[in-house]
Structures are given as C-alpha cells and as structure tokens.
Design a protein around this ligand. Structure first.
Ligand code: FCB
Length: 436
C-alpha cells in the first residue's frame, strides 16, 4: 500500500464498516422478522434465495471480530443496530437480548479503544411495519423516533457518532422504484413517499437524540457520479436528472431544505401532501456528513415514462459487482458536497471498497483503496474538511440481493465453517496504519 497514516492530518480516523443484517445472523437472539426475510424467501429476488439467518454469526463471534479491528490498528468501527432485534414487532416492547447485545458490543469496542460509530437503520425493516406500508406510511417517522429513543436510551451515552439512516437512495429508490431491494416495489407513488419519509424519519431521529443530550450526529448518503454517455443535450439532461434523483435530492433535503427542480418536475405529483412544510424537521442541523462512494454511471436518454433515462456500459475496469472503478469521482464529490451542501462541516467517507473474488491475495482491493485514498488527499489539499475514511467491509458478508458470492471483506469468511482469515488487504492496511 502506498499510503500511510502520516500522509493524513493528525486525528484523521480510519475505520471499517459493517451492518447488522449482513453479518449478525438474524435468526438468533429473539429478533423479529424483517422485510429482507420475506423478500429473500421469494423466488428470483436474491441469488440462491440466501438470507441473513446465519450470515457471519457475528452475534456470537463479535469479540473475535472486534479483536481483528483492533489488531489492524483501526480507530473506529461503523456498525448498525437492527430495529427488529431491538423491537421485534417494530413498535412496543424492546427485546432485552437485543439491547444487551448492542450494550456488550459498545463496551467491547471501548475496552479496545475503538470509537463506536452507529447507524440506526441499515435496511432490515420489521415485517410488522412493512405490513403497515413501511416507508410509504408517514407514521414511520414516529415509529423510527420511538426506536431511536429505545436504542440510544441504552447505548447513546457511549457513541462516538451516530447517523440515523444508511443511504436514503437505497431505502427509497432502489427498493420502491427499481424493486431490487426489499420490499421490491416498482411504483412511483410509493417511491416518492419513501424518499420523503426516509428524510422525515432522519430528522425525527436527530430531534430525539438531541433531546437525549447526544452530539456528533450526522447523515450518511450514497453517491454515484453521473456522467452523460455522449455530448447530446438529451444525454446531458438525463445525466443531470440521474444526479438529481441519486445525489442532490437527499443532500438537498437535509442541507439546503429543498429538493432539486429537475426531480420535482416528475416527482412532485407523487409526493405526500404538505411535503413542503417538513423541511424544518428534515433539515435540522447535523454535525457531520457521511459519503459512501463506489462507482460512477454513464447515463443517457431512454424512450420511457419519467425519468426517461438509462445506464449504458462504460469502458473502465470493473469490480466483481460489475461496477466501474473511477477514483477521481470521489474527490469531485467531496469538493462538490462541501461547496454546494455542507460548507465547513466535517465530511467522512463512511464507505468505500470493492468486491473481489480473490480470497487471499487481493492486490486489486489494495490498489482500489490506495487510489481512493489518493483522492481523499486531493480533496484535503483543496481544503475540504475530510475527517475520516471507512473501508466497506471488515468481513465478507451478505451482499443483499447478490447473496454471499460478492466478497467485500478485508477478512475472508468461509460460509460453511464461519472461519475468518485476514486477506492481504487487511495486512496492507495494518501496515499502513502503523507507519508514520
Ligand atoms: C452499500 C451498502 C452496504 C453494501 C455496500 C456494497 O450501498 O451500504 O450495505 O451493500 O453498498
């Protein structure tokens, strides 16, 4: 690895990220059913109909997993709390085993000198709430506020940082318009409602945590650089719309208290009534902004109903996901986000990494991380207050609709024996973090 810790400012945080359903083993510890359990049980939705029942069995093996984080020299760990583990019915009584689990996890992190960075929701919606319309139902903002109060009432006193929701675009567009993730809908009205309600729920959770006296609260967005496939005006405006839907809608809602005009042209008729009045909640001040970045897309016009756009295959080298590798877009995003949305607020790269079939000598991953770290440095040189970088992911895990085949881990997991084996990238990072 070319980079080393001392290439970055004093206090810059290096971390790894995971999420609950992808690693814990959801069938254990009294967790309630989630929409990912039923989505994955429906033929055709998930590779090999795999689910998160066992995953990496992190629920029972978290101590050893945290030792891996510590031994590599990481400063911080970004994990998520499963709503259905904490409240099996989505509303009402808490599951003591669930609360105890996150409590033990928190203390085990602190004992190892690792900063706990929590995400409240990383996609496993309790089934009972899905039955009530899930993210389509405005009431979800209050259900989510109650969940926030319960889980942060227990562990909030020891968090380094908290973000309510991982990747609002995935929660809403990918899951309600493209149908690729649970609940697998393809409906524009459902999508518009989910897009707005996910931000409303974010804002309510921030309110609740402020009420609990918590600080260092943020928001985590996934961004995809949108490039016109050619020079035609049609491709240019399709790419601008893709950028609006994917990136600017959510950043704009939280940081500018407004949605982009080109998105509203198609979406406004489907948004819930009175959406314009919710921005004081949605845009409640936060303390930092998290960006998850993996790839870019080439976009052009399509002869369809709104948004009338489509992706075209690009020429860049691709990861195991088929995603083009475009590190330069990371610095463009960091610079643009500070300029257009966040100003002087700290920015963290809360996810970056690649899937590779290489289970030991993952030189491709080392190169990917190195090239993206170079772009973080470029943004720092431009004066962007980037405060940390988290690799997705510590372990190979349940990659949602793609099951267990796509491996993002610094540590290999054998899904038959659940044995963990650090890859070359793990050792490369360990070495880089110890070098000054
Ligand atoms: C992100 C998700 C994470 C993982 C990576 C590859 O969008 O937050 O759970 O699936 O992509």
């Amino acid at each position: 690895m070319k980079h080393k810790r001392s290439d970055f400012p004093q206090g810059f945080q290096f971390g790894v990220a995971t999420s609950s359903y992808q690693i814990e083993g959801h069938a254990q510890g009294g967790a309630g059913a989630t929409h990912w359990d039923s989505f994955s049980a429906t033929p055709g939705n998930v590779a090999n109909a795999e689910n998160g029942d066992v995953a990496c069995d992190h629920y029972n093996r978290f101590v050893a997993d945290l030792d891996l984080i510590k031994d590599a020299g990481f400063d911080a760990y970004r994990f998520s709390t499963s709503w259905a583990r904490v409240q099996p019915e989505g509303r009402g009584p808490a599951n003591p085993q669930g609360l105890d689990f996150y409590d033990r996890l928190t203390d085990a992190l602190l004992e190892r000198g690792i900063k706990p960075c929590a995400t409240l929701y990383h996609w496993e919606l309790p089934s009972t709430l899905a039955d009530l319309g899930g993210w389509r139902n405005r009431d979800i903002a209050n259900w989510f506020a109650d969940f926030t109060e319960i889980i942060m009432g227990r562990i909030g006193d020891r968090m380094f940082s908290v973000a309510p929701i991982n990747e609002p675009w995935c929660v809403s567009w990918l899951s309600h318009f493209e149908g690729h993730h649970a609940p697998g809908l393809r409906d524009i009205r459902a999508t518009a409602r989910a897009m707005h309600h996910v931000l409303l729920a974010h804002g309510r959770a921030i309110e609740v945590m402020r009420g609990l006296g918590m600080s260092n609260l943020g928001a985590v967005f996934n961004l995809e650089w949108s490039e016109p496939a050619d020079n035609s005006p049609e491709a240019q405006s399709a790419a601008a719309l893709y950028d609006g839907i994917y990136n600017r809608f959510f950043l704009g809602g939280v940081f500018n208290k407004a949605y982009p005009q080109n998105v509203l042209e198609g979406l406004a008729p489907h948004l819930p009534q009175g959406w314009q009045d919710d921005f004081d909640i949605i845009g409640a001040p936060v303390d930092w902004c998290g960006l998850n970045y993996y790839t870019r897309k080439l976009i052009t016009h399509a002869d369809t109903a709104w948004p009338a756009l489509k992706e075209v295959p690009g020429p860049l080298p691709k990861t195991q996901m088929g995603w083009e590798i475009d590190p330069a877009a990371l610095s463009r995003f960091l610079i643009r986000t500070a300029r257009d949305h966040t100003g002087d607020l700290p920015i963290y790269v809360t996810e970056n990494g690649m899937a590779s079939p290489e289970r030991r000598q993952d030189e491709d991953r080392i190169d990917y991380i190195d090239r993206h770290l170079a772009e973080v440095r470029r943004a720092l040189d431009h004066g962007v207050p980037v405060k940390g970088y988290f690799v997705w992911s510590l372990l190979d895990n349940y990659e949602w609709a793609l099951g267990y085949e796509k491996r993002f881990g610094l540590v290999d997991v054998d899904f038959d024996t659940l044995e963990r084996k650090p890859k070359a990238s793990y050792f490369a990072l360990k070495n880089a973090l110890s070098r000054s």
